[in-house]
Design a protein around this ligand. Sequence first.
Ligand code: SAM
Ligand code: SF4
Length: 442
Amino acid sequence: MTEKTKTYCLINYGCQMNESDTEHYAGQLEEMGYAPVDDFHIADVILVNTCCVRESAEKKIAGKIGELKAVKTKNSDVVICVAGCMAQKDGEKLIKKHPQVDLLLGTAYVNDFKQVLQDYLADRKGGAYTDLTIHQSEFEGRMVRQSPFAAWIPIMYGCNNFCTYCIVPYVRGRERSRSVENIVAEIEAAVRDGYKEFTLLGQNVNSYGKDWGETDAFARLLRRVDKIPGVERIHYMTSHPRDMSEEVVKAVAECEHICENFHVPFQAGSSEILRRMNRGYSKEKYLALIDLIRRYVPDAAITTDIIVGFPGETEEDFEETLDVVRRVGFASAFTFIYSKRSGTPAAKMENQVPLPVKKERLNRLMALQNENSLRYHQQLVGKTVEVLAEGPSRQADVWAGRTRTGVLVLWPVEDKKYEAGQKVRVLLDAAQTWLVKGKAVD
Ligand code: SAM
Ligand code: SF4
């Protein structure tokens, strides 16, 4: 009799770094002979990769972990793992609250998951692995990537910045950079597997290599990756405005495959709020960086992250945020309501802004940014853009893909056949807030 193939289900929350970690968990499970399933009710191993950057994310994830209690009651053999930032932050407390959890993996244990799971299966003794002093930085093993053509490539882990609102440095530890050789080897292997588009990931990619005492190592890395045969598009995130150097902007301007989009979170427009956020730049410095980017890359798409309602934010401070949004004309923006994260300095600050005020500011900010996004899309109408096809949109006879700067493009299939990762030239004829539409020209 043949033995039934064991299965796994991964449930991912949070940022691109988590998505990348989840692909690494999948790789290790498949090395152990597990096959993926979408329904966690029928999986032998369930892993929830968690985020704790805002309270809203934590609440949603706690609900999902709660749902797994019934699964464990029905089948005590199922292995339930909780990984990522919330696991790191809450440790044993999380297991006490959710006894159905067998294994808790902190953010430094991604590479060790296979071993931890094998040990667990041998003696069924669970526990929390949350030591952050393991400073592993090289990537080993394989990834099972979600996309057939676009790959996440972590180039560094952790964060040294300690912005006063942010939990990330406490749960992801100090910065450590992967070696250039290790990164290049991963990208070359992905190219051999058909990958074309690469996003280099780090909490602050501009500090890449600083842990070995190097300066401008990120600009050099960009130029190195640009030369790898088969690499068609390079993106990177996130850039801290304080650390983004002219060398990086020049590399984007000069290298064919580095896409002309710049994600530079400014968080708040008021220099006083920025000081209390410990961001290390003023409103003027940020605007000067935008000028520098536009000087080298005139048609750059600039995107950002913004927080409203940081403790002590007055109406005047918020007006400064709107002023930056108006002046820069961001192609798109991620906008957040400030969320109190216990253990961070901002959580103890006085003058926390009431929720209704935060919500009202967020609405005004989003309305303004929506006008910007629409305007950005409108100026693309009449142009022919290069799109990497992703797949059918909600309508099967309309395909979706993205431009080099990340704009979502829809076009009718007509009588043609497309495949994911194919380059298509699309003449744009309509713009909306979230996307543009057009017709394929070849
Ligand atoms: N390292 C990146 C950076 O510095 O821009 C981003 C990391 S963080 C996961 C992504 C975004 O979440 C931040 O840019 C910030 O806007 C937002 N964020 C972080 N902490 C927050 C908090 N306590 N409340 C609301 N938004 C927060
Ligand atoms: Fe958080 Fe600031 Fe580090 Fe980004 S740079 S992860 S916002 S502490």
